[in-house]
Design a protein around this ligand. Sequence first.
Ligand code: UFG
Length: 329
Amino acid sequence: MNNRNVLVTGGAGYVGSHACKALSLAGYNPICFDNLVYGHEWAVKWGPLEKGDILDRAQLDHTLGRYQPLAIMHFAAFAYVGESVIDPGKYYRNNVCGSLTLLEAARDHNIEHVVFSSSCATYGIPNKLPIVEDTPQQPINPYGTSKLMVESMLGDFSTAHGMNYIALRYFNAAGADPDNAIGEDHDPETHLIPLVLDAASGRRHDVTIFGTDYDTPDGTCIRDYIHVSDLADAHVLALEHLIKGAGSQALNLGTGVGFSVREVIESAQRITGLRVPVVYGKRRPGDPAALVSDPSRANEKLGWTPKFRELDAIIRTAWKWHQKQASSK
Ligand code: UFG
């Protein structure tokens, strides 16, 4: 195969940049397409950066024409669940209209393979755990709905235009590149692990636990934290599965093990050797009590298993990255 170009929308973002690294290590040439609204230029290290917006058809045509990629990995999206409730139009325009613009451009440039960054947010509040791919998808916020709508569009484009796709539904992306070249850097930061580390190091005064009265063993929410490099590896495996002729499908990406907010804080205290000041707050609206994946289909179809199985190991990489960031700011 001569053409090793893969267009990575959102390649300057958290998961997208780790996918660019994984693609490069696997011998592909990641072309990062990112408007840099939330992405970072410093995170683009493994291929060219085409600064552009997925809503800009002319720019997409220009980039697709120039590189003629064999596939697209589509990460570009707004991803603040709370903001999506307050400003749904922003999410439907960017995540849905942007993805439609991208898919139409991909169709017209005869792109055959798409790996899509979907989310466990498409399931909403599951009636049973662990969550399998056939668990009903009933999102409870516009962010989750926007991801589900893109999955539907992919299904229809796949049927109509023979564009095969794999939608990867991730649980809670966490951690940082083990070589510490890239990591999580959101502004504003809303995710638990970076906030806990900020509180440990004194960058924040404390961290608020959103709710201690959930129907879980310690009363706090349970999530399935999956290392970002494991997510990145799954994207490369999904791409290769499509290249080998796999049909369109959706796969969960998680470890299959859940940890509570209190357990995350305890792990962070173990890894950092520092105390995490905690404040007890009310439940955050829209938070399901527990989200845990059944990742066995991804294992079966892609041969994928997470390398980072322990929460401590995930948080150790996040802490290394946190310290590097802190020393550079
Ligand atoms: N939490 C706190 N305090 C905080 C921040 C978070 O207690 O300051 C809790 C939340 O209530 C939740 C857990 O920590 O129970 C994890 O929260 P995150 O904000 O880190 O992650 P979410 O589970 O809310 O969100 C993740 C992804 C979203 C995706 C969602 C699906 O970041 O993109 O899972 O539920 F939509």
